[in-house]
Design a protein around this ligand. Structure first.
Ligand SMILES: Cc1cc2nc3c(=O)[nH]c(=O)nc-3n(C[C@H](O)[C@H](O)[C@H](O)COP(=O)(O)OP(=O)(O)OC[C@H]3O[C@@H](n4cnc5c(N)ncnc54)[C@H](O)[C@@H]3O)c2cc1C
Length: 496
């Protein structure tokens, strides 16, 4: 396309970046991917993810399209549901308090289904996400909308398959290479300055896609933008997402967008390490609180555990846990609901206590006001409405009465031993603030114009998520805009 070694440089090597690289290559561009991490830690947050995509789908027909080896048994025993564009819009607008950029929302929702097919065409395979987004009730599994397609092997499997697809198509990946600045000329972007082993080097190309994550792994930026206390959050994923791409773009006049004081953060094992561990992946997550009760160190409840399905609340409850004394909480369950907890609760690396009575359990909750904890559990039990029909696959309206903080659904008394409790803290996933982009994934400057040759996708884009997040939208967002960014970057390079 031009006489330079590369037409398009993609900064980052997560899902958004590799979708950009694959799509630019599809247009005939020579593509270089810069990955800050060494090979064994490659893939960003994508490699830590559950690997689930939120997409519009039309029932069994699409299940069979994306998962052709769905068994007869699964078909007979599963209500796969469906997820319309209208439902996707409703969820996005509701959880973001109607702040989502409507143009970006339009592209994300309307392109989701087709983009999943495009990813599949690159060799990524999917399975149905049983056990998390489908629960068994009265002998039959039911998916509760939106999140059904999981990449085989989860996030790690997705990442490996995307790298494989890239390598197969001749896309060059340079590991342990950190982009540090954008090079600009009279006509726009001309390349990227990188640092390898502390040595700087300029790599030229007429188009650059920034897809190198948010600033969740940067303790100082977290405290500066998210606020006091965020320095104490654990990082669920990559340690390499420190806001470099956002910083580089702002330095040449890009416009900030979105919820800079907001982040996706959820319940995460109290004793997890500072950053994610690729061998553990997503297994420190603890999203089963909808089936139980959550107590803080004062022995008090502080959130409506049953406000909505977990995939509509988990991403905002990390912040609520961070605000509790000791930045921690205990999730408490009785044996009636233990079978509903997803497999991550049965991982070896878990902070858990078990007891045969509530008194014994309260005594085992380290760091908690035990007397108050016991009183809270008893008050909760007394407030559960008798006679309501529990059904974990729908918003069942099984609620409490008379509590200052209600439990709106799935409220069952904790009365059947053994009891189990899990200690959690706040794990940050990614930050919501970032760069302003157009629907063509062009980076917009402070004069509201596109910066020629500069594109962005994924976590470092602002304007999509505010306050909260519907599960599975991160990978879908990265794929949709990564694909657009790559396509438009290649076209721009071709025109130079
Ligand atoms: C534990 C966990 C579970 C999750 N589960 C899901 C899920 O099931 N479904 C879902 O939709 N989302 C999930 N997410 C969120 C999802 O992972 C992210 O939204 C998505 O992966 C972001 O993709 P990305 O390409 O924008 O960023 P990333 O995948 O984080 O990639 C960023 C890349 O940039 C690189 N990089 C950073 N700085 C530089 C630099 N200066 N130079 C070069 N490279 C750089 C990084 O090394 C990395 O390769 C999960 C996240 C975590 C942490």
């Amino acid at each position: 396309m031009n006489d330079k070694a590369y037409d398009v440089i993609v900064v980052g090597a997560g899902n958004a970046a590799l979708c950009a690289a694959l799509s630019a290559r599809e247009q005939g561009a020579k593509v270089l991917v810069l990955e800050r991490a060494p090979l064994e830690k490659r893939g960003g947050n994508t490699a830590f993810a559950g690997g689930v995509f939120r997409t519009v789908y039309n029932g069994l027909e699409d299940v069979l399209r994306f998962i052709p080896d769905t068994s007869e048994d699964q078909i007979a025993n599963t209500d796969f549901g469906s997820y319309s564009a209208d439902e996707y819009f409703d969820d996005l607008y509701r959880v973001t308090h109607h702040r989502i950029d409507p143009d970006l929302a339009e592209v994300l929702v309307r392109s989701s289904h087709e983009t999943l097919g495009w990813i599949q065409s690159k060799g990524i395979r999917f399975i149905a996400h049983y056990g998390f987004n489908a629960l068994k009730h009265e002998g039959r599994f039911k998916f509760f909308g939106g999140q059904i397609f999981e990449a085989v092997g989860g996030g790690r499997g997705l990442s490996d398959a995307e790298f494989k697809a890239a390598e197969k198509r001749g896309i060059v990946v340079r590991y342990a290479t950190r982009a540090s600045a954008l090079i600009e000329g009279r006509g726009g972007i001309e390349g990227v300055r990188v640092i390898t082993d502390r040595v700087a080097e300029d790599i030229r190309a007429p188009a650059v896609v920034l897809a190198c994550g948010g600033f969740e792994a940067n303790r100082e930026w977290r405290t500066r933008y998210l606020g006091p206390g965020w320095d104490l959050a654990k990082v669920r994923g990559s340690s390499y997402n420190t806001g470099d791409g956002i910083g580089m773009a702002l330095a040449i006049g890009a416009q900030p967008a979105g919820h800079w004081s907001g982040a996706h953060a959820c319940a995460w094992d109290l004793n997890s390490p500072e950053f994610g561990d690729l061998d553990i992946g997503d297994r420190y997550s603890k999203h089963g609180y909808t089936s139980g009760v959550v107590l803080n160190a004062n022995g008090l409840r502080f959130m409506d555990e049953g406000e909505d399905f977990f995939n509509m609340t988990y991403a905002k409850y990390g912040r609520v846990i961070l605000e509790q004394p000791g930045q921690s909480a205990w999730q408490v369950f009785d044996s009636k609901v233990l079978h509903l907890l997803d497999p991550r609760y049965r991982t070896r690396q878990v902070t858990k206590v078990t007891a045969n009575t509530l008194e014994e359990l309260a005594a085992k909750l380290e760091g908690v006001n035990q007397r108050q904890a016991l009183q809270t559990l008893r008050e909760y039990n007394a407030a559960v409405n008798p006679g309501a029909r529990f059904n974990p696959t729908v918003l069942d309206g099984c609620s409490t009465s008379g509590l200052a903080i209600p439990k709106s659904n799935w409220a069952l008394a904790l009365d059947t031993p053994p009891f189990e409790a899990f200690a959690v803290t706040c794990g940050i996933t990614f930050t919501f603030g970032g760069l302003k982009i157009s629907t063509d994934a062009e980076v917009i400057d402070m004069e509201h114009k596109a910066i020629p040759g500069l594109y962005a996708a994924g976590e470092l884009v602002g304007g999509v998520f505010y306050f909260n997040y519907p599960g599975g939208a991160g990978l879908m967002n990265g794929a949709v805009f990564g694909r657009r960014a790559g396509q438009n970057a290649a076209r721009h390079a071709g025109s130079r």
